[in-house]
Design a protein around this ligand. Structure first.
Ligand SMILES: [Zn+2]
Length: 295
């Protein structure tokens, strides 16, 4: 398996979830061994993918330190994992990624437009060797050894439309686009009203989230999947794991985990050296399997 970047520069403009303003995003190819690098265009700040570069995890995953930070990177990074992108320059002309439709599908389409190209260097992956677990207030997130990437999530909400949802997802690029990428983020109307009263979530609408009141869904078009909520949690988890800087190969298991817990999990993994190994993909025992799922 070779490292990958995009064939050509592409750009898109969309609304920022918090600012409500249009934000431009450009993607450009980078040479081998560069990694995925975010540029906060207004300040020129360069931000590499690593768990310690995450400054906030309350409403979304935020990379960099304010005012030179970029918020809500997780949906974009989820698509980067799915498309096996190793090297990419991501320039954001604002303080947050455009929210698009609240899922990752627009980023997948942007990557399709750019085209993916193999580079002249072997790809590295992070393989889980020993289980790592973080827990907080009844929430759990785990990474454990598995030959193929698996994302296993359970949520329980005391809400008639959500309830308890479980999904054990065997990752492949093809199934990601069909089963995960279109799952939208969700929010409760009362929370949105509060956030807007403190000048946050100004761009939030039923165009970029599933909105819920106490009993039902507010979106006239309904859900895209019956269990769209847990699928979106998987989308988020894939994006949060991409902060390791390389694709992780193992099984992620979570109960009600948040961006905060995901960030703690990646930090704990990197701080326990015997729990993971960075290896060349061709040397991985199930390399052939990986070629199939990442193809
Ligand atoms: Zn999300």
């Amino acid at each position: 398996m070779f490292q990958q970047t995009i064939k050509k520069r592409v750009e898109v403009t969309g609304i920022g979830l918090h600012s409500g303003e249009p934000i431009k995003l450009t993607l450009e190819p980078l040479p081998i061994n560069s990694g995925v690098i975010f540029i906060h265009a207004n300040s020129g700040t360069l931000l590499k993918l690593k768990p310690e570069n995450i400054s906030e995890t309350k409403l979304a995953t935020v990379i960099g330190v304010k005012p030179n930070a970029i918020s809500t990177i997780e949906h974009f990074l989820s698509a980067i994992y799915a498309y096996s992108i190793d090297n990419l320059k991501v320039t954001v002309y604002g303080n947050e990624m455009p929210v698009m439709d609240g899922s990752a599908i627009s980023f997948c389409m942007l990557l399709d437009e750019a085209g993916i190209v193999k580079q002249d260097a072997i790809k590295s992956i992070i393989v889980i060797k020993k289980e790592v677990k973080v827990e907080q207030d009844g929430k759990v997130a785990i990474l454990k050894p598995s030959k193929k990437p698996i994302f296993n999530f359970k949520i329980s909400f005391n809400h008639p439309v959500i309830g308890t949802q479980k999904f054990r997802y065997n990752f492949s690029k093809k199934s990601y686009i069909e089963d995960i990428a279109r799952a939208r983020t969700f929010g409760f109307a009362r929370d949105i009203q509060y956030l807007q009263s403190i000048n946050l979530a100004l761009g939030a609408s039923l165009e970029n989230a599933i909105g819920l009141d106490d009993k039902s869904i507010l979106n006239p078009e309904g859900l895209r999947y019956k269990d769209e909520f847990v699928r979106h949690k998987i989308l988020d988890a894939i994006g949060d794991m991409m902060l390791l800087g390389k694709q992780v190969v193992g099984e992620y298991v979570a109960v009600a985990a948040s961006h905060e817990l995901n960030n703690k999990l990646t930090r704990k993994l990197l701080s326990s050296e015997d729990s993971y190994e960075i290896i060349k993909a061709k040397d991985y025992e199930s390399a052939q399997e990986l070629v199939k799922v990442f193809a």
